[in-house]
Design a protein around this ligand. Sequence first.
Ligand code: F1P
Length: 609
Amino acid sequence: MEKRDFSEISDTCKWESPDYEPWFPVSEKSNPLTRDIDKSSPNHIVRLLAACDAQMFQKDTGTTYQRLFSDSVVLTMLEVARTVEQILRDPEDSLVVLSGCGTSGRLAFLMASCFNRALRDRQQNTVYSYIIAGGDRALLTSLEASEDDPKLGMLTLEKLCEGKRRVLFIGISCGLSAPFVAGQLDFCLKHPDIYTPVLVGFNPVTQAREETMPGYSLTFREVVQRMEEQRGQRAFIINPAVGPEAISGSSRMKGGSATKILLETILAAAHTAAFTNTHVTRRVLLDMMRGYERVYSVTYSHSDQIATLLQTAGLSLQCGGRVCYLSWGSLGLVGLIDASECIPTFGADYEDIRGFISGGYQDMDNIEGDLTSLGSQFCIAHEDFVSLVLPTLSDRDTVLLLYTCHDDVGDVEKMVHRVREKTSNLHSLYHGLEGDTAVDSIGLLCSSVLNITWPSSSTVHMQWELSSKLVLNAVSTGSHVLKGKIYRNHMVDLQVTNSKLYHRAIHILQKLSGVSLTQCEEALLKAIYHVEQLPEDITSAGVTTHTLTASRRNRVVPLALVCLLIGCSLSEAESRLESHPVVRDAVEACLTSSQHLTSSAGDQNSTNH
Ligand code: F1P
């Protein structure tokens, strides 16, 4: 058995202290566990990610924070599940809407599709729908700007629910921060005869975002306060803390996993109750969540194989190669989601890590249907892989197959042979069931095989999805760490495409340079507009104007950081970055030459807040 590392255990709880980065909500804090993740080996990266994910299931320690298993959280889940149960028993003119931005919207889609399928299988009418800020294209690419628009959120919801008698609205915003979702929640509060709002996120309500929203009189926090006044009857808030993300602010990771755990537990329990004529109980909810905790343990018991995958993918990215996820069944969506997130999270190109799903849009079943005509980025079927990627595939590229014992193994095998003609850098993630005796002819053709065996259950496909999500999050995050995209546990080269990311960028600059927030904002604006002096029309413009301009530029945060650290002009910063194409190396070189290394690079207590 591996020796326990006590330094990691104490780091596990450090973030809960009221003195730890008190100016940030939990979802934006940096995780003490991962402060050296950028210098870690593949095996150690996986261990750190496992330790971070374990924080999701940590029991209530009597601190300020409620957790996944806290009574208050489970009680609210129970109330929401009972509301879903009622809708399932009497679905006429009713709707359960799941909505969110970025990853939260993609998971809303994944779950709405999954539970509608379950209803169709029972010959029942479907009751679920989803909204993602930016529409269906945002399922596959980053359209972060729509997240800032509360009115758009509200209008989209109103249109979707036209003519409905009863709507349970589930708004997901991991950071309790997305204006798009706030507008929808506020709309629900104003129409209590039809709408019941549920907010899902991972910060305490006192940490909900306070910034004003464009064209709106309320802040997210004020909307949440209004929900609190109705809490338990006409409004519900499910907001356990799951600890800071492994890469600061990357809510696609734990935020996404916890969203999936909470909402699938609620919806699956409601389905079981409604179709077996029983009622949802606390015990059923707790048992399901414990099942997900086992998914976590079983998945990370394969840490060595996950580390192999991460290392291979990292090598591909480092030498300009690609990583392709080729998936079957609902794992396809998990692959597409993980790949699409690399664009905003790591400033990656869509070809760096790319997902393909066996049946393409037929398997997706999204509202807007086939999006292929929007361009190559939206070509997601295996046949697209065959025509667009396969011809130029080489050993530099990594191909990862994701499939389960429920998929057509013959079809997987055919694909394996085609890929093997081009590269031997082929790997597989396979989920099977106990007692499954299939001969592993596919594994024999792969350079590495990650086979996970599960006990049979009615919700096993959702467990496979979570397990695959954990593996893929580790692969895509870890490979970008190895590529040098991360400094300490911050994504320095983030895209500044909405107001949340704009403020996150300023805070990263402040943490790494040690100068004031005002100076950091000025440096960021100079980098965004590419000017040495800031004219009045830039300083007086709003954040939306800044983020719109930033979305057309590359490397604005690294540029601003180099200017701040060296005290140099933009053109000098540009040439320094050119000589260090790896962001992490550029930051280190500047820190060394400006002798900032000692205190400003990350000692959170010394930052000038
Ligand atoms: C929504 C979101 C994230 C994405 C990025 C920008 O966050 O789009 O999914 O990764 O961080 O914000 P939230 O509203 O769920 O907090």
